[in-house]
Design a protein around this ligand. Structure first.
Ligand SMILES: Nc1nc2c(c(=O)[nH]1)N[C@H]1C(S)=C(S)[C@@H](COP(=O)(O)OP(=O)(O)OC[C@H]3O[C@@H](n4cnc5c(=O)[nH]c(N)nc54)[C@H](O)[C@@H]3O)O[C@H]1N2
Ligand SMILES: Nc1nc2c(c(=O)[nH]1)N[C@H]1C(S)=C(S)[C@@H](COP(=O)(O)OP(=O)(O)OC[C@H]3O[C@@H](n4cnc5c(=O)[nH]c(N)nc54)[C@H](O)[C@@H]3O)O[C@H]1N2
Ligand SMILES: [Mo]
Length: 760
């Protein structure tokens, strides 16, 4: 029954490069969607599955966290959402025979693409000490073994519990409860590598670490900034929202070193006009900023607003703190520094000021282009300053819009997946469950790797995700992971983290979003929170891909029971997820009557004090204007600043295919995009083969070998290449101030002639 997976890794010798596209979506996107889906699922299953994505009675798309509107199209899916679904609903299977045929030493050298293409994991597997093969074990054995390791620790802090952002609210709540009942806050998550900088900046300045706009606000805005984000690939449904906003007269400013196709022009595949017309020109203004130039840009806009007096003084007086210091600092901003940092001209900045002056209501959207730099937190604080100056927080059509990545990464945080839980959350947990949760902060993602490297971590458990591949400094991280006694992963698909293991390793296969989840009390559903604080139910319809799979909730509850006994009622939580939701309703603010409201069509919106009432639960009780010194990031002569991005054919470390259609790349991933003037200055030809060599003071160079140079219209001095192949170049200690997020978007590199172009 299995559709055949590719038998060999595709190498990059067939790589084709053509000019980048100037628009996104439209007919090719639909064709690609259906093609990918048929390839993985066949025709009948494709129809059954894709028609259920994001429908009110269906499952939440595992693609991204962009919200669903009220008027859903029959097929509210996008090309990349469909790829995410097809990847999960594939009919290919990884069985015990597969593991018997493929030793771990062989799997370890396969590509990420090949590993992911083998299909769904079907039964628990154990890699015993000294063995080169995973072997099947019963759930009881697997969970018992993990529980015994946890019980045998000298202290619970010797274990870490990672979460990726697909985990449902119910599973996440049970998971963090288990971890805290065990006695640690070691709950690193993918957010630490993603929007942590947004959370840090927004909590400090507005009092809530989440976005302050709802979907309907986009259409009400006069001006929307899309900064450091590639929605055509990573949040395609956002393009429909931007398109309809534009039809209502909203202007859009795109700020990006790359002229991303989706930002420039969009053909809506859900509309006839999108299929036959030229589509909508999205960005009214495109600012080709240098990497890391955003703090300078927003500070320059702020200075212009102060100078022209075009600020909302009443809002500032009533609702903000820190204006005097902020004003003084911004007046001293050096114009030359701004031009150097941004790479923009005075005219471009002045024209953007005019856009701002002409706009009553403004929204700023952003993603990884703002969050993964050393100064990301100050940069996002400056964006908040910009919005506060004209009272653009807490009224319709205005606000902050960090566009979240994983489909439930925001919900996981709300449920308590956080290594630095606020005291109020722990108090509520204590009141509900009657144990004293640990108060000491736990380890985030980067600190987890450091602790592993220091030999302080014995057990690693991953709730989804692909820890060794998503994290920075691959060589360092892999060695760190191997120092553990036991590494275990709750996963749907095979990935690199199953091959870089501790002394022993477990694979705990689990159900996905798209699948039915029957428990003793009947069929269960789960719930998720999108990027705009909407909570809604998700019901899978497909049968389990194998008889032996457990849900994430079941795995957590059984592990907790085996480790801690049943004082907290794990068996009841597993039997009926309503029991978990009842606990949540008493612990997490905004979830009163969870079980009733989650059953209402479309779910419910969580409260957000700044958005709803212009109340700011910060240390000062007001929205904080902040002082953010500009330090121009100067790269030494002959070096480039590299950003690591997603292609159109991947979901983080999951590689769907080897094309990046909008950027003109076919059949290969080892490419580095460089501005033609930089190529000339470096005396390098388009198409030549190079190694990317990373430089970090005081440490040996890091090398990613064998990349093809692609002459590309990116900003001067800046390069781009895909992750995870380039994670080897991101130094573990190169992290953002305050948020500790790896600086995946600013890495100093030089290009050297390839040492061995045949390397992987
Ligand atoms: N299909 C698909 N969808 C996804 C994902 C996926 O991998 N595939 N991943 C999901 C996840 S977890 C996340 S977090 C999101 C990620 O969504 P994005 O943030 O859109 O993803 P990236 O590919 O990292 O793109 C970063 C963008 O920021 C720009 N940029 C980089 N540095 C700077 C800078 O200094 N300034 C400015 N102004 N721009 C900059 C880059 O040119 C690029 O356009 O997408 C989510 N959705
Ligand atoms: N250089 C560089 N590194 C980066 C980034 C970057 O821009 N540049 N981006 C960072 C960002 S924004 C993020 S969010 C992280 C992502 O880090 P992760 O979330 O750790 O990585 P993913 O690739 O999304 O994880 C994919 C795996 O999740 C498992 N999985 C999929 N669905 C489910 C499910 O429903 N349940 C369970 N239990 N498992 C499931 C599958 O086994 C799959 O192999 O990577 C970060 N790393
Ligand atoms: Mo992310």
């Amino acid at each position: 029954m299995s559709r055949k997976a590719p038998s060999e890794d595709t190498d990059d010798t067939r790589l084709e490069v053509s000019p980048p596209k100037d628009h996104a979506a439209g007919v090719p996107a639909v064709a690609v969607t259906l093609g990918k889906a048929y390839e993985q699922m066949g025709v009948r299953r494709t129809a059954l599955t894709l028609l259920r994505v994001n429908q009110k009675n269906g499952f939440d798309c595992p693609g991204c966290a962009w919200p669903e509107g009220d008027h859903r199209h029959v097929a509210e899916f996008c090309e990349n959402g469909a790829k995410a679904v097809a990847e999960e609903a594939t009919t290919r299977r990884v069985t015990r025979e597969f593991f018997a045929a493929h030793p771990v030493s062989e799997l370890a050298v396969r590509s990420d693409h090949w590993l992911g293409q083998q299909g769904r994991l079907t039964e628990p597997m154990l890699l015993d000490a000294g063995s080169d093969h995973y072997e099947p074990v019963s759930w009881e054995t697997a969970i018992g073994l993990l529980a015994d390791e946890l019980k045998g620790l000298d202290s619970p802090g010797e274990a870490v519990f990672y979460t990726s952002g697909r985990t449902s609210n119910e599973a996440a709540f049970a998971y963090q409860l288990f971890v805290r009942a065990l006695g640690t806050n070691n709950l690193p998550d993918c957010s630490n590598m993603c929007h942590e900088s947004s959370g840090s900046a927004l909590t400090e300045t507005l009092g809530v670490g989440k976005g302050s706009v709802l979907l309907e606000d986009l259409a009400k805005a006069d001006l929307i900034f899309v900064v450091g984000q590639n929605p055509g690939t990573n949040h395609p449904r956002m393009l429909s929202a931007l398109e309809s906003a534009k039809r209502g007269g909203t202007r859009i400013v795109a700020v990006n070193p790359l002229p991303e196709a989706g930002l420039m022009r969009f053909k809506n595949p859900q509309k006839v006009s999108g299929v036959i017309g030229r589509g909508t020109a999205l960005a009214d203004r495109y600012l080709q900023i240098r990497l890391n130039g955003d703090l300078a840009l927003f500070q320059a806009l702020n200075r212009a607003l102060l100078e022209t007096g075009a600020i909302d003084q009443e809002f500032i007086d009533r609702h903000t703190a820190g204006f005097a210091e902020f004003e003084k600092h911004v007046h001293a901003l050096d114009r030359d520094d701004v031009l150097e940092a941004t790479g923009l001209t005075e005219e471009e900045i002045d024209a953007t000021v005019s856009d701002v002056l002409g706009a009553e209501r403004i929204i700023v959207c952003w993603a990884m282009g703002l969050t993964q730099h050393r100064n990301s937190v100050p940069t996002i604080r400056e964006v908040v300053n910009f919005l506060l100056l004209r009272g653009n927080v807490g009224r319709p059509g205005a606000g902050v819009c960090p566009v979240r990545g994983h489909s439930n990464v925001q919900g996981d945080r709300t449920m308590g997946i956080y290594e630095k839980p606020p005291a109020a959350f722990l108090d509520a947990l204590e009141a509900e469950f009657g144990f004293a949760p640990p108060r000491e902060h736990g380890l985030d993602t980067v600190d987890t790797i450091r602790a592993m490297r220091a030999g302080e971590i014995k057990v690693f458990l991953g709730m989804g995700g692909n820890f060794v591949r998503a994290t920075p400094d691959s060589a360092v991280t892999e060695a760190a992971m191997r120092s553990c006694r036991l590494t275990a992963h709750v996963s749907t698909k095979l990935n690199r983290s199953h091959t870089v293991t501790g002394e022993r390793a477990l694979i705990l296969p689990t159900l996905g979003r798209t699948e039915r989840d029957p428990q003793e009390s009947g069929p269960q559903f789960v719930s998720v929170e999108d990027s705009m604080g909407m909570v809604h139910a998700s019901r899978g319809r497909l049968p389990a891909p194998a008889p032996d799979l457990l849900s994430e909730v079941s795995i957590v509850c059984r592990l907790a029971l085996a480790t801690l006994g049943d004082d907290l009622g794990w068996a009841a939580m597993e039997r009926d997820y309503d029991v978990i939701r009842d606990h949540v309703s008493r612990v997490v603010p905004g979830f009163a009557d969870y079980n009733v409201r989650i059953r209402e069509s479309g779910g419910f919106t969580l409260p957000h004090a700044p958005r709803d009432r212009r109340e700011f639960p910060t240390a000062t009780g007001k929205a904080n204007l902040t002082v953010n010194p500009l330090k121009v990031l100067r790269v030494p002569d002959g070096r480039l600043l590299l950003q690591t991005v997603r292609s159109h054919d991947q979901y983080n470390t999951t590689i769907y295919g080897l094309d990046d259609r909008y950027r003109g790349i076919k059949a290969g991933r080892r490419v580095v995009f460089v501005n033609p003037d930089d190529l000339a200055a470096l005396d390098l030809a388009d198409g030549s083969m190079v190694d990317l060599v990373g430089e970090w003071p005081g440490e040996a160079d890091r090398r990613a070998p064998g990349f093809r140079v692609v002459s590309y219209p990116t900003a001067r001095g800046c390069a781009a290449a895909y992750f995870p192949e380039t994670n080897v170049l991101v130094p573990l200690d190169s992290t953002a101030e305050i948020s500790n997020t790896p600086t995946s978007k600013s890495i100093v590199i030089r290009l050297e002639p390839a040492t061995d172009a045949d390397l992987p």
